[in-house]
Structure formats: C-alpha cells, structure tokens
Design a protein around this ligand. Structure first.
Ligand code: MEZ
Length: 539
C-alpha cells in the first residue's frame, strides 16, 4: 500500500502526465529585478523574526540568527571551573581543531612543512559536512574555462559581496586542488580517454563541476583521512575544543578541550592554531531541517568570537533548494544539485515546471518557498508542504542507466525506503545547508588575532552572501592547505610559550562585557552537540 495520500497521488499523476511535453522545455531564468524581489519577499534571510542584533563582542550591532546570537553571547563552559593551565596535556607546533576536509588538508600541509601537528575533533575523523557533500567540486581546468570566468560566476552568485582577495585565491588554486586530490588518490569521474567529466551547477557559465558520482565529499574525505593516517598525524577523537588559550601578549597559544572519554578538560599548548570546525546546520535556524552532520553547531565561531575575531556575513545562510521532504526517516537530507545538473526538473503540484532548475541556490530556494506558500502550488507532505523533483525525466533525456551511473547515491538512499527515483518523482523542500558567513580571514587564512588561522565552512567572505555549488569542497582544500602552510611557518623557530603565561583572560573579559551589556544567560557555549526533543516542529 502506498504511503501517499490520494491528494499526493493525484498530483504525482499530473507530473507524469506533463512529463513528455516538458522533456525539452527550458524554463527561462529570472531577470535581475525578479530575483531581487523574490529574495526580499521569500528568502528566510529577509525574515525579521529569524534574527537579532548582537550586544557584545567584535560584531556588536550586527544582525545574526537568534540561535547563533544565543551561543555567541552564551556562558563559557569553563566559567567557574578550577583549571590548572600549567598542567599541559599536549604540546604541538600546530593544533588543528576539526577533523573534516579543511582540518585534514591543513594537517597534511602543516606536516609536510615540517611542523608537529595535533588534530582534535569532536566526533571521529571525517565526521563532518565534507563527508556529506555530494554533487562535486568546482575548478576551472577545461580549455573553454578560466579562473577569471570562475571568479565572475562566483562573484555574481555571491551578490558581489565576496572578498576579492579570498575569491581570487579560491579560483586561482582550483586546478591545483584537483591535481593535488588526484595525486593523493581521489577517483574523479573520467571519460574513457581520461578526460575529467564535468557538469554545470546552479549559476555556472561553464561545466566545471568535477565529481565522484554523487558521493564526491565522501571520496575526498576517504582519501584525506587515509593520508592523515599514512603520515602518522596524531588525532584526538571525541575531544572538542571548548575555549582557545592565549599567552600574555594576546597570541593564540592553544586550546582547552573536553574529553568525552575521560570526562576531563585537557590543555593543549600550540604555537599556532587552525580552526576548522565547520558549519551550523544543527542550530536549525528558523526551524528548518538540515542536511548537515550531527556536530555542525558553530563551535568555532563561538571560540573565535570570544577571542576577539570578527565575523562577516553571519546573517547570510544557505538553504539548499532540494532537501528531502518525504520520507520522514531522511527528512531534510540533501538531494544533490547534481540531480538537477543531469536534467531533473522542479515541478509544482499541477505538473508545471515553474522555474529553471539551475538558478543560484538562494533564488531557487526562495522560488520554491513562494510556489508552496503565496502561489498555493505545494504538495502536502508530512507536516509541511513540498514540491516535486521530477527524476524519471533524467533517464528519458540521457538514456536508461543514467541515474544509476551518475547519481547512484541518490538512487540507493531512496531505494532503502521503497522509492525508485527512476520511476517516480520525489518530494523536496529547502533545507538548512551552509553558512555563507563566518570568521574573517586574509588570503593567508589568518585572522586578526595573531596565531589564529581558519579554514573551511567556519570562514566567511569567500562566497559573499550566497555560495555556488561545489565551491565549498574547493574552499576546504584551498584554504585548508593555505592555513596549514601558514600556521606551520608561524610556528617555525618559535619557542613554546612557558605554561605560566597561558591564560583565559579573554574569556573572563568577554563575560564581563556580556554582564555589562545586561545579558543574563544560562546558555553554555560552544554547544558541542544538538539537543533534540520529541515533538520539535521543523517548519
Ligand atoms: O557544494 C555543495 O553544497 C554541494 C556540492 C551540494 C550538492 O548539492 O551536492
């Protein structure tokens, strides 16, 4: 018996009935004015209710999501904890906080530059958003493309807000990143003659998305994790950082960790620190479900903010247009943009393809929300409303077997729940996917706080206020490597700071500033893990 209601089945029939006439239909793109109007009215970033203004810290006066503000202005987990900072548990040149792609790339590069490296991670190595990235990694390495064209695409997609130096660094290093990953053993999709297979993503003017089927992040993480192991880089698992340490000159000089195994705080002394703690999807901004991994709780932003680092575009959040809206077991999970890159159309309850499937993500998400709300063309699904992603059209367009070959991960994910995406369309709705903003760095991945480097999703500014698909897997490699290299250089020749000079004065000062601002809070931060309760409404 079908799990769908009669209403959903009737809508699905309409999708099937219009499929043949939609086969070669190309829905025109929105104009710039249409996009502006759409975003302002329907993108969650423009919803006043989701945001508040910070009262303390380097971004005092800036708008950020409420859930993030609560953590940025929360109480340190070390407040009132008697801690002997002279009892150093670990000593290293470079401390890398975070075990995803950016952390691994930084660790490998710092190691190759001759530094001693310690990686600490909240969960296990590789349990990160990198692992969950599906569709691909952008790099301008084809004859009809160039880093300049890549720059222009990303700059337009980012609403011209990208920090030029960071974007330049990203696109210039794209081809090198693919080459580095290939040499380490990443198995990118290739034609029989060895040419890389590349496709479009939303907002790309050239086909520059390199992929490993639709499990690109998992393949990249597999190789980076193996390399970390091969190089014997020590990794402390289940040991999240809860505060950065400084010395008496204000330099970052290590971190305090919470060891989930021993239930103790640990002190790590380092000559340079790379923060690579990833994103914030598990904060479920505005009640959205998320495609993010379990540990994505913005920890690095909290640590860096207390240490005095500035955030940029912390109010720019990415909702991936196609999150799973049915079945409940995978609610919010990612349906890769690659499904649209290979031909699937977004179709409303009436069977109409209402938008071009490769609009940039913010525009696509806003358009889906409008179709479901103001236009009343959504399909009721679980406790919300959704739209169809018409997948069977892919095999009709490119031949039987295309889905199995190009997006086997999607095929398998749905097969587990009795849905064959080759035969029936799937229900989707935007899901919280990425923080476009984050900690401000320069092109050496360095913050304004000496000794503190950042890479990966915790960084802000590379992508402006809207990242294009595949530029995140690229930035974790490019800025992960840069951070590792520069952190190692920073550590070189520097003596370890005497343990008596390690301090948490910045944490004490931040607490005073918070109290002076009249903020009373019981919220402990960083959050470390999400707290789920039954009955939480997701949208
Ligand atoms: O860059 C991403 O977020 C990505 C590749 C996601 C996807 O749709 O697969």
């Amino acid at each position: 018996m079908s799990a769908f209601t009669q209403e959903i089945l009737a809508s699905m029939k309409r999708v099937e009935a219009t499929r043949a006439e939609r086969l070669h239909q190309e829905v025109p793109r929105f104009t710039a004015d249409e996009k502006d109007a759409l975003l302002k009215e329907f993108h969650p970033d423009y919803s006043e209710k989701g945001f508040t203004v910070l009262s303390t810290g380097p971004n005092k006066g800036s708008k950020v999501p409420k859930e993030l503000a609560e953590l940025l202005e929360g109480k340190s987990r070390l407040e009132g904890v008697p801690l002997d900072l002279t009892r150093v548990d670990y000593d290293t040149d470079v401390l890398v906080i975070g075990g995803g792609g950016a952390g691994a790339a930084a660790a490998i590069e710092a190691h190759d530059a001759g530094a001693s490296v310690l990686v600490v991670t909240k969960l296990r190595m590789g349990e990160a958003n990198t692992m969950m990235a599906e569709g691909g990694i952008q790099a301008a390495d084809k004859a009809n493309d160039s880093p300049l064209i890549h720059y222009l695409d990303a700059f337009g997609g980012g609403h011209y807000q990208n920090i030029p130096d960071l974007l330049e660094e990203l696109v210039e290093n794209g081809p090198l990143a693919i080459d580095w990953l290939s040499r380490l053993g990443v198995l990118f999709d290739k034609e029989a003659d060895g040419t890389m297979v590349t496709t479009h993503g939303g907002g790309t003017s050239r086909k520059r998305m390199h992929a490993c089927r639709d499990v690109t992040g998992a393949e990249i993480m597999r190789v980076l994790r193996d390399e970390t192991q091969n190089l014997d880089i020590p990794v402390l698992t289940y040991a999240p950082a809860v505060e950065l340490l400084k010395d008496d000159t204000g330099r970052v000089a290590g971190a305090v960790l919470w060891d989930y195994d021993s239930q103790e705080f640990l002190v790590v002394r380092a000559k340079a620190v790379v923060l690579a703690t990833g994103g914030a999807g598990r904060l479920h901004y505005q009640g959205f479900p998320t495609s993010n991994h379990y540990g994505a709780t913005a920890d690095g932003l909290v640590l860096a903010y207390r240490a005095g680092a500035k955030l940029i575009y912390a109010d720019a959040i990415q909702y991936h247009p196609t999150g799973v809206a049915f079945p409940a077991q995978i609610y919010g999970a990612l349906v890769t943009e690659k499904v649209r890159s290979v031909g699937a159309q977004l179709v409303n309850s009436q069977g109409v393809a209402f938008m071009n499937p490769l609009e940039t993500r913010d525009v696509a998400a806003a358009s889906i929300i409008r179709e479901c709300t103001a236009r009343g063309n959504g399909v009721p699904a679980l406790d919300g409303v959704a739209l169809w992603l018409d997948t069977p059209i892919i095999d009709m367009l490119h031949g039987e077997g295309t889905i199995e070959k190009r997006i086997p991960g999607m095929l398998r994910m749905y097969q587990k729940f009795g849905i064959d995406i080759r035969k029936e369309p799937i229900l989707v709705y935007p899901t919280l996917h990425y923080q476009n903003g984050g900690i401000l760095i320069n092109r050496d991945a360095e913050t304004e706080i000496p000794g503190l480097f950042v890479a990966g999703e915790a960084v802000g500014g590379i992508h402006g206020t809207n990242r294009l698909m595949g530029n995140s897997l690229l930035d974790i490699i490019v800025f992960g490597r840069i951070a590792g290299e520069h952190a190692a250089a920073e550590a070189k020749g520097r003596a370890a700071v005497p343990a008596e000079r390690l301090n948490l004065d910045h944490v004490v000062a931040f607490a005073r500033e918070r109290e002076a601002a009249g903020i009373e809070t019981t919220v402990l931060s960083p959050k470390l893990l999400p707290t789920y309760t039954h009955g939480r409404k997701t949208r």
